[in-house]
Design a protein around this ligand. Structure first.
Ligand SMILES: Cc1cc2nc3c(=O)[nH]c(=O)nc-3n(C[C@H](O)[C@H](O)[C@H](O)COP(=O)(O)OP(=O)(O)OC[C@H]3O[C@@H](n4cnc5c(N)ncnc54)[C@H](O)[C@@H]3O)c2cc1C
Length: 511
């Protein structure tokens, strides 16, 4: 039996293989199960490994997840709405079980979609169906591709394994902080699509679902701008930006509930500054990649938290809205994490009940209001496509000065004061947290940092409530709310896991 060695410390100038030779002198093969960096003591930064080691006569097991074919089918194929991580993985799972399905996507194929995104960043022309959130691949296509998740799901190894099969780097299966990068995601999504098409998934691009077809309290299909599609299983994975879909569900009487979420700004610094603060004297070591950070501040009296979110080392800040009169920012990086900038969202928690009481749409309204204000503020300054931005020290003194000539955002920036956009409570909590964050990472609130706005799409302010056993909407049978837009995921991996969970539930009906 191959042995497993845990917590092997390997210094930056040491070699894992040499350590293994000492631990298991006759080893013939090894497999890394986990790798992380421990940079808590800057003078002793090291890697920590868990490794499976084989000796002569032993063989290492490869992770193989093969799903058994179900030799039965539904009268009408299950329909999946939305080709983001949740919808794609729901489709993949059904197809691997041998169950044919229909995948409906309002946007175009990734290759077409990319052209529209470039037009938006360059000229400010927004295509409402092909942008950083909509189109094949969903919000995931232009994401940073960090695959870390806080959920504990048995499906995580399957998700990582299949991503590797479609072209993601193999190390994502063992790194404690797996990262694919936007460039690699954009290459793997078309491969996933080809696999789905070859194995019986019908994909309808440029097809927008307008509403559900409902009989009594049962969903039996969807109305699209290209005609009706009938099915007794509708997986709704439209993401948290599809507010039109949520409004349509509400109008048709589907049960929704308000959900707490977070909004704020995105901060950018030179990556060099973050590397120096996190790695100290070792910051130039070739084995260390662009450094990241995670910051949190909790106000015990109000219960409000301010925290960093979706930190993108070596990344870019993207204009990622879906409405022509709203501005939204988000962050991404490529696999190499090679840009000169580090960015992260700094967001304030928004408790639905405390802030909006019984107003179901309170969170959505606030989100829309901030995005519109951001758009209007930049228009007033003569902006056409740029994101609003303010230096951190100007933010703290409510002043405005010129922004650096070089920033990461492909749309550029325009200086504005964020006190015109954000509500007072958000400004106050952001200001307070900056003091603390600057103590943890000296220079964080200094002259080199600047904020972009608005970071409003961290997660969905609503949930399409589902029954925990059947995973169907509690008001409508046959409707399977799924992924981030339904309020059941918060990132690529968790959305993919949710898609799988729903697909497995539907498969149960055939078994
Ligand atoms: C720039 C950026 C960076 C990010 N970085 C990360 C990261 O590093 N790590 C991470 O875990 N998460 C990241 N995220 C978040 C992540 O992308 C989302 O959590 C994830 O994509 C949610 O998956 P989903 O399938 O639930 O929804 P989405 O990915 O939003 O997909 C929804 C799909 O539904 C389609 N759709 C919507 N309405 C309709 C309709 N009416 N008819 C037909 N189709 C419709 C949309 O076009 C879209 O393709 C990032 C997001 C962005 C925008």
């Amino acid at each position: 039996m191959p042995k497993i060695f845990k917590n092997i410390r390997v210094g930056l100038d040491e070699d894992l293989k040499e350590k293994l030779e000492w631990l298991s002198p006759n080893f013939t093969d090894y497999r890394i199960l986990r790798q992380s960096v421990d940079a808590r003591k800057k003078s002793q930064i090291h890697f920590v490994y868990s490794v499976e080691v084989a000796e002569p006569g032993e063989k290492l097991q490869k992770l193989e997840i093969v799903l058994p074919k179900v030799n039965r089918s539904f009268d009408k194929k299950p329909v999946i709405v939305g080709a983001g991580p949740a919808g794609l993985f729901a489709a993949l799972r059904l197809i691997e079980y041998g169950v044919k399905c229909v995948l409906i996507e309002r946007g175009s194929k990734a290759e077409e979609r990319i052209k529209w995104i470039n037009r938006f960043w360059r000229y400010g022309e927004l295509n409402p169906n092909n942008n950083v959130c909509f189109g094949e691949g969903g919000a995931g296509l232009y994401s940073d591709g960090k695959l870390i998740t806080r959920i504990k799901s048995p499906h995580i190894p399957y998700v990582l394994n299949r991503l590797v099969q479609f072209g993601a780097p193999s190390e994502i299966e063992y790194l404690s902080n797996p990262h694919v990068g936007s460039d690699k995601i954009r290459r793997l999504i078309p491969k996933m699509r080809d696999y789905l098409l070859k194995n019986g998934c019908e994909i309808r691009f440029d097809t927008q679902v307008i509403r559900l077809i409902i009989k009594g309290s049962k969903v039996c299909g969807v109305v699209t701008n290209q005609g009706d599609v009938y099915s007794e299983h509708v997986i709704l994975a439209t993401g948290h930006s599809a507010s039109d879909m949520l409004e349509s569900l509400y109008a048709q009487g589907v049960y929704l509930e308000g959900k707490s979420f977070a909004m704020g700004l995105r901060i950018e610094h030179p990556q060099k500054l973050i590397n120096q603060r996190q790695y100290g004297d070792m910051h130039n070591h070739p084995k260390l990649k662009a450094a990241n950070y995670r910051l949190t501040e909790h106000d015990h009296s109000s219960g409000i938290g301010v925290y960093s979110f979706c930190m993108c080392p070596g990344g870019y800040v993207l204009s990622s809205g879906t409405e022509a009169d709203g501005l939204v920012c988000n962050g991404m990086s490529n696999y190499s994490r090679g840009s000169d900038f580090a960015n992260a969202a700094i967001v304030v928690s928004i408790n639905h009940h405390e802030l909006f009481g019984g107003d179901l749409w309170g969170g959505m309204k606030l989100r829309r209001e901030l995005e519109k204000k951001a758009f209007e503020a930049t228009q007033k300054q003569g902006g056409s496509k740029q994101l609003p931005a303010q230096r951190v020290h100007d933010f703290l003194s409510n002043s405005i000065s010129a922004l650096p000539k070089k920033v990461s955002s492909p749309s550029g920036v325009i200086p504005i004061k964020f006190n015109q956009i954000l509500p007072k409570f958000m400004l106050d909590y952001l200001t307070k947290s900056l003091e603390k964050f600057d103590k943890l990472i000296p220079g964080f609130a200094g002259t080199d940092g600047y904020f972009y706005g608005v970071e409003s799409r961290t997660s969905c302010p609503l949930r399409v409530t589902r029954d925990p056993d059947t995973l169907e909407s509690i008001s409508h049978k046959g409707l399977f709310p799924c992924g981030e837009g339904a309020g059941y995921a918060g990132g690529i991996t968790s959305a993919a896991c949710d898609g799988i969970k729903i697909a497995d539930k539907i498969i149960e009906q055939l078994k």
